[in-house]
Design a protein around this ligand. Structure first.
Ligand code: BES
Ligand code: ZN
Ligand code: ZN
Length: 500
């Protein structure tokens, strides 16, 4: 939506000033009658549309705009007693949407009198504000060509903040949004460009920029390492599979934090369903079947560039294209994994779990993980169950679950726990191999996915599986998101590592 957003510590001559107002509050109560912009704020606040509802905007215009000020916005902050810093993501988005229309380029955000009045944490408020604005700044039009040139008209926004603490939070928020926006841009990139090799190239760039180690397992190395999920799922495509390993090592590892957090992402650059071909348009949109891996890669960007936690972090991106050809893997094939588990293929469209299994085995066997979190657009069933409001979470470890839930609460990337039980694990038993990749009986699909994955994680390793199939894409413009990729998980993972 914007060409760029930059923070201007000493913003001179703002064109727009934004003042905050809680429902039932008054501007005078926050900043006194003599405060800067007091009279103009009172004029805007007196308008009938000025209700204080979160994101509701009322405007007033100076009689004399010689100083450069064109308008003042009073923005609603909602109910003061219910206020959370995260609410400012949507507030920032509402302001940003208005500025994109008015085309004003210099805005002074003067929200701290209201926020301080409510006793809010100004740093956290600034961060949420920066995130909201940064997320809104992105658009899904990078593939517009010479017919639609509207992108050229976007404005470069300069944002001044009235308090340093708020500004430092906003700076962090903008940076984290930049990482999430990177995930969104990857998600939008079509499958004729975004092949597994292309993803590996992007990962190499990130590794270089953020000082991460990188290793890409491809070709013969997949064979040597017996990464059979990648080999089989990726067999039919010209665009060959790879597993990408990135590692962040802190300058100083904190005592007790020596073991790495391991993040695993399903990175299916396209999912046709394979020989169990997707039908009735079910294939459209499957360029986004890589979004788990995109979020993990973007989180590594945030981790390496801004979060810099004092625990090591390893990322494993399981990248393949699930296509069809005479070389495709088939229903009835049996795969033997490097941990000895054998899998009967019953449906080649349940491919994500097959590549993730390689990543999970690798994590447990090679990385000595403190905990593992995997992100995957795993099942359509989770969309049926939870829609786009909550991500489906499977985590039987109380301490890890608490971390994920805290990060979800802070970032607004909501998770909802779904159950695990031996009966679900039993559903995955095969008559001819140890397990099958999908029970033909369509029971509890998202849980079947998690139950399948559980056969590849050591029992003692804390593990959380996030099925993001419902939340990785927005169907329409809402809050700081526009129709398209949401980068879901980037902010949650960054926050989790920041407070781990
Ligand atoms: N990539 C799909 C899941 C998906 C569906 C993601 C809709 C986003 C939106 C996955 O590989 C898949 O095809 N899952 C099957 C599983 C079934 C064959 C066990 C599904 O959900 O139907
Ligand atoms: Zn599939
Ligand atoms: Zn898939």
């Amino acid at each position: 939506m914007f060409k760029s957003i930059s923070l201007a510590p000493e913003l001179a001559n703002p064109q727009v000033v934004v003042i905050g107002l809680f429902q039932g509050g008054t501007v005078e109560a926050y900043q006194g009658k003599k405060a800067p912009y007091g009279a103009l704020a009172a004029a805007a606040a007196a308008r009938t549309e000025c209700t204080g509802e979160a994101g509701r905007i009322a405007e007033a215009y100076p009689a004399d705009s010689a100083g450069g000020l064109t308008r003042l916005l009073v923005v609603g902050l909602g109910k003061q007693d219910k206020f959370k810093p995260g609410d400012l993501r949507n507030v920032a988005a509402a302001i940003g949407r208005r500025l994109a229309v008015t085309k004003d380029e210099r805005v002074l955000v003067h929200l701290t009198p209201a926020l301080s009045h409510a006793g809010a944490d100004l740093k956290a408020c600034g961060q949420a504000f920066g995130e909201g604005l940064g997320l809104l700044g992105w658009d899904n039009k990078q593939f517009k060509g010479k017919v639609d040139e509207s992108r050229a008209k976007r404005i470069a926004l300069s944002v001044g903040c009235d308090k340093k603490t708020f500004a430092s939070g906003a700076e962090l928020g903008l940076k984290i949004a930049e990482s999430a926006n990177f995930a969104r841009t990857l998600s939008e990139t079509p499958p004729n460009i975004a092949t597994p090799d292309w993803i590996a190239e992007q990962a190499r760039k990130i590794a270089k920029d953020c000082n991460l180690e990188i290793k890409v397992f491809a070709g013969k190395q997949l064979e040597t390492e017996r990464l059979v999920g990648h080999i089989n799922v990726g067999k039919a495509s010209e665009n060959k599979p790879c597993m990408i390993r990135l590692a962040y090592t802190p300058e100083k590892i904190r005592k007790g934090k020596e073991k790495p957090a391991v993040l695993v992402g399903k990175t299916m650059t396209y999912d046709t369903g394979g020989l169990s071909l997707k039908i009735n348009n079910g294939m459209v949109g499957m360029k986004r079947d890589k979004d788990g891996g995109c979020a993990v890669l973007a989180a590594m960007h945030a981790i390496g560039s801004v979060i810099k936690p004092d625990r090591p972090v390893v990322a494993l991106l399981c990248a393949a294209e699930n296509s069809i050809s005479d070389e495709a893997y088939r229903p009835d094939d049996i795969l033997t994994y490097r941990n000895g588990v054998t899998v009967e293929i019953t449906n080649t469209d349940a491919e994500g779990r097959l590549v993730l299994a390689d990543g999970l085995i690798w994590a447990c066997e090679k990385e000595n993980p403190a905990y593992i979190i995997d992100l995957a657009t795993l099942t359509g069933g989770v969309v049926v169950a939870l829609g786009s409001t909550f991500c489906g979470m499977f985590c039987e470890d109380d301490a890890l679950r608490a971390k994920v839930e805290q990060a979800a609460e802070a970032t607004g990337e909501r998770v909802w726990r779904l159950p695990m039980h031996t009966e679900y694990r039993d559903l995955m038993k095969s008559p001819v191999a140890d397990i099958l990749n999908s029970n033909p009986n369509r029971k509890a699909h998202p849980i079947q996915g998690a139950a399948f994955l559980s056969y590849f994680v050591d029992e003692k390793t804390p593990w959380c599986h996030l099925d993001i199939a419902g939340v990785h894409v927005a169907e329409s413009d809402s809050g700081p998101f526009v129709k398209g990729a949401t980068g879901w998980g980037t902010r949650l993972l960054a926050e989790l590592l920041a407070s781990d």
